[in-house]
Design a protein around this ligand. Structure first.
Ligand code: NAD
Length: 239
């Protein structure tokens, strides 16, 4: 199950997981796009479904988590559009929105689905963080703060559920051109094709990140637990 998989990094992740033989459950607000991705995967022979959950709705998220059935993989990837406002001017509602989708929903899903996984032999949880935790650029305070909390939740989940066979890791990507940040890369003069293919290797693509997420979901990473993997081609190590 991958949240926010109707497009972007989430969509690339379900496509990669499907190519590795996983059955797919897409959870997203955007029903039309989520259904289209699921239909495309089905046409390629994958067992795939899409379901609509508004992850800002804590009660609906809890109800969904308790009734979703057995899962081996949970990827908490959904995130709302980012603010671009000065710290002094960000309204409480924006802090609440970012924390609802980035921290509360993964917390509820990890707790409920993690409980079911630990009772049924284990599983893998991957939370999508961001480089903005280590490098909090101006104007994204609620987003970066919520991602920071998500990294701690990842480590606590790993420590407490690890002995029960549930691994929890996080992937923190650098800037990846997707719909969420289209105005930024369009302003930089990056074309549609260049954004999709990585602009001659100078930019990350959704599949650069999806490959790492899928690896952390797979038995190939069975001894990796509680890690936050920064996917940035070394940018942070140079600062
Ligand atoms: N693109 C980047 O540069 C970048 C960098 C670092 C981290 N990330 C993280 O990667 C993840 C995916 O980012 P992306 O660029 O693919 O974003 P995106 O905006 O393209 O996709 C996000 C998906 O989440 C869904 N979503 C948003 N709010 C929701 C809600 N309330 N309920 C259910 N679904 C909801 C959207 O419908 C969308 O399909 C996010 O967690 C993001 O913070 C992205």
């Amino acid at each position: 199950m991958v949240t926010g998989a109707a497009r972007g990094i989430g969509e690339a992740t379900v496509r990669q997981l499907a190519s590795m033989g996983a059955d797919i459950l897409i959870v997203d607000l955007n029903a039309e796009r989520a259904n289209a991705v699921a239909a495309d995967l089905k046409a390629q022979g994958t067992k795939a479904e899409a379901t609509t959950v508004d992850l800002t709705d804590r009660a609906a998220t809890l109800d969904f988590a308790r009734n979703v059935g057995k899962l081996d993989i949970l990827v908490n990837n959904a995130a709302p559009a980012q603010t671009s406002a000065d710290f002094l001017d960000i309204p409480d509602s924006e802090w609440e929105l970012q924390f609802a989708v980035i921290m509360w929903a993964p917390l509820i899903l990890s707790r409920e689905i993690g409980r079911a996984m630990s009772e049924s032999g284990g599983g893998a949880i991957v939370n999508i963080s961001s480089m903005s935790v280590k490098n909090p650029v101006p104007y994204v305070a609620p987003y970066a703060a919520a991602k920071s909390a998500l990294e701690i939740i990842t480590r606590v989940t790993a420590a407490e559920l690890g002995p029960k066979g549930v691994r929890a890791n996080a992937v923190a990507p650098t800037f990846v051109p997707t719909e969420r940040n289209r105005p930024v890369w369009e302003r930089m003069g990056v074309s549609e094709e260049a954004a999709r293919t990585g602009h001659g290797g100078t930019m990350a693509t959704t599949s650069d990140v999806a490959d790492v997420i899928a690896w952390l979901c797979s038995p190939a990473s069975s001894y990796v637990n509680g890690q936050v993997l920064y996917v940035d081609r070394g940018a942070l190590s140079a600062t």
